[in-house]
Design a protein around this ligand. Sequence first.
Ligand code: ZN
Ligand code: ZN
Length: 408
Amino acid sequence: MTAKKILMVVCDGVSDRPVKQFEGKTPLQVARKPAMDAVARNGVSGTMDVIAPGVIPGSDTAHLALFGYDPYRVYTGRGPIEAAGAEIPLVEGDVAFRCNFATSDDHMRITDRRAGRIRSGTAELATALSGMKVEDVEVIFKEASEHRAVLVLRGPGLDHRVTEVDPHREGEILKARAESPDAEKTARILNAFVEKSYDILSKHPVNKRREKEGLPPANIILPRGAGSLGELEPLPQRFGMKCAAVAGVTLVKGICRMVGMDVPDVEGATGALDTDYTAKAEAAIGLLEENDLVFINVKAPDIAGHDGDFQGKVLAIENIDMMLGRILESIHEEAVVVLTADHSTPVTVKDHSADPVPVAVSGADSRVDGVRAFDEISAASGAIGRIRGMDLLPIVLGMANRSSKFGA
Ligand code: ZN
Ligand code: ZN
């Protein structure tokens, strides 16, 4: 048995519900998508509860499940994923937070949660905070896109079980509280850091300049989404595979890095509707030569779903299909191809929903069921049946001759 390569394509949020105005069809049922349908026609299909039946997946927890991890065990909060996205390597005991640069008045009341969506100067502001010590804890702080940033607390006796500082609206800033006795020190350090951030940032030249220009100063940091490194054995160690990913969105890139994938920056892969599909296809083809598993995430269908834009979603699907067609042409059935979504983002809901997603898997010698098209309804009659997200990778590894024997 020769082990086969694996190509996993996740169409973010592509899964949908029937829409009355479009003859009661879903965007997947309306789109012209010969490559996707070929994967369904030449292999096996099914539906998948990505986390569990009735649970609405976030993109972060969903991807962990798609990579074969139990999200309830490895996901402690969004912070560590943001840290991975910002390329801050975490060590055991660290607590990571996602943060906003925000605007506060002199009474610690938030007047703008995003500091006017500040776009420049955040690197200088971050430098002013990073490296400081609060008690015996080191502060690592790095700017991310626009008003976003990442905070990592590093030192003895920390615990991620603290409540948020961010009030999520204008008004009084919240005091972090410990949700477990073990987290009391972390709550104290976090509150002290937020106060210090105001002392330092309100005097910073970048903010003096902003005030002069009539812009809201980015004079305080609002941390949220505390998390620490879960016990997560990276994919290369776990399955002896070299893995790489093509993704545009920072969050997805962060998860891919966290599970041990190589995530090169692909020019033009933006994570927006105008992402460069040809560039993504070429990048994936190149990576398939060097890697055992190549993962692609395309965010566009999720964006169209959140916008309630049926036609936009159809177009995104047809673009992904072109990308997939280009890749399939070049790999000549030598890989096992997996096609699925991380969750449903129905255009009628404009948000994620708990509806199961379709999945199709094909390879040169895979079984073939009666499913002829890749969509939510057709997939439900396929040979895979209804599975959970965590079960997908083991099924695919089996089809790619990469599973190990249990027993004699
Ligand atoms: Zn998603
Ligand atoms: Zn979404």
